[in-house]
Design a protein around this ligand. Structure first.
Ligand SMILES: [Zn+2]
Length: 327
């Protein structure tokens, strides 16, 4: 994707981070978290012309020190050991697929893909904090928000977003960071990693009761969790966000906003039963940009999480990136 961008008034300088390794992570035929998700997004951005409004970057690899910002050494060892088993199996002519849980597996490219996800989010954070970009979207997979400090699960290997948040706090010295998660599933991993960190306010909506079946009891003080019953319309979800998220975010005055951008709450996505549409994703993005402009010098880094209906995913990402770039 080549940018031939002209910056008109009202446009943002938006980074688009991805890597071809993220297309090679493949958990087997029929798995909804499939490489075609990223191809569909790229096609849609090209067809709609939204690619003209972003600057593309190739994601670097993260390293172990980056992973340790949010994960235990044991989790990292487990993933690297599993990757070694996969590589050994491939060299013996095997299929090279090892499961972490029934839904989550590594192939020969998964570790690289997961490290590119983290590298994307960290580079995007650095560029936004340096003022080189206004905001950024990381079109990466595997997703991350179910990975806890000590456990990969639910299609997720490392918690990309939580690592980037910790990077902003620990290495850039930010004092207040907001995390937004509008994926249909509760971001239990991000909650686990960032719970009770007073420098973080996390606001989320998620279908409940639903996988991973948590987020409603013993909610940490820095979390604004808004569980939503199945078949709730996008307009109702907007009202819940306006009532629960935005007053808390205004009071918190974040210096930067991170978005766990899952699009599986779309009404056409069969993995969940919520009623979001592209217009709702555009609305949320614009609300967050308005908040970021007032408190956070416009600084937003958004990372792809879920979204499994390829057409709905691609249209929703287009709406999100179109809003981020001010096109
Ligand atoms: Zn999800």
């Amino acid at each position: 994707m080549k940018s031939r961008i002209r910056y008109d008034a009202g446009m943002s300088k938006t980074g688009f981070y991805t890597h071809s390794d993220c297309l090679r992570h493949d958990m087997g035929r029929g798995h909804p978290e499939c490489p075609e998700r990223l191809s569909a997004i790229r096609d849609r951005l090209l067809a709609s012309g939204v690619d003209q409004g972003v600057v593309e970057f190739i994601a670097p690899l993260a390293d172990t020190d980056d992973l340790l910002l949010a994960h235990t050494p044991r989790l990292i060892e487990t993933v690297y050991e599993l990757n070694q088993e996969v590589q050994d199996d491939i060299s013996r002519g095997g299929r090279g697929l090892a499961h972490i849980d029934p839904d989550t597996a590594l192939n020969g490219h998964s570790l690289s893909a997961a490290l590119r996800c983290v590298g994307a989010a960290l580079s995007a954070t650095d560029a936004v904090l340096a003022g080189e970009l206004d905001n950024a979207f990381c079109a990466v997979r595997p997703p991350g928000h179910h990975a806890t400090r000590s456990r990969s699960m639910g299609f997720c290997i490392f918690n990309t977003l939580a690592i980037a948040v910790r990077h902003a706090l620990e290495r850039h010295g930010l004092k207040r960071v907001a995390v937004i998660d509008f994926d249909v599933h509760h971001g239990n991993g991000t909650e686990d990693i960032l719970a009770n960190d007073e420098r973080v306010l996390m606001c989320s909506t998620f279908q409940h009761p639903f996988y991973p079946y948590c987020g409603t009891e013993d909610v940490p003080a820095n979390m604004v969790n808004v569980p939503v019953p199945a078949y709730t319309a996008g307009s109702e979800i907007r009202q819940l966000m306006a009532r629960h998220w935005f007053p808390a975010l205004e009071a918190f005055q974040p210096e930067m906003i991170f978005i766990s951008a899952g699009f599986d709450a779309h009404r056409e996505d069969d993995l969940g039963q919520l009623g979001m549409t592209e217009a709702d994703y555009r609305w949320i993005t614009e609300q967050l940009m308005d908040l970021a402009r007032r408190h956070a010098q416009g600084r937003i880094v958004s990372c792809l999480e879920g979204g499994y209906n390829l057409s709905a995913l691609a249209r929703s990402v287009e709406a999100h990136v179109r809003a981020l770039s001010g096109l």
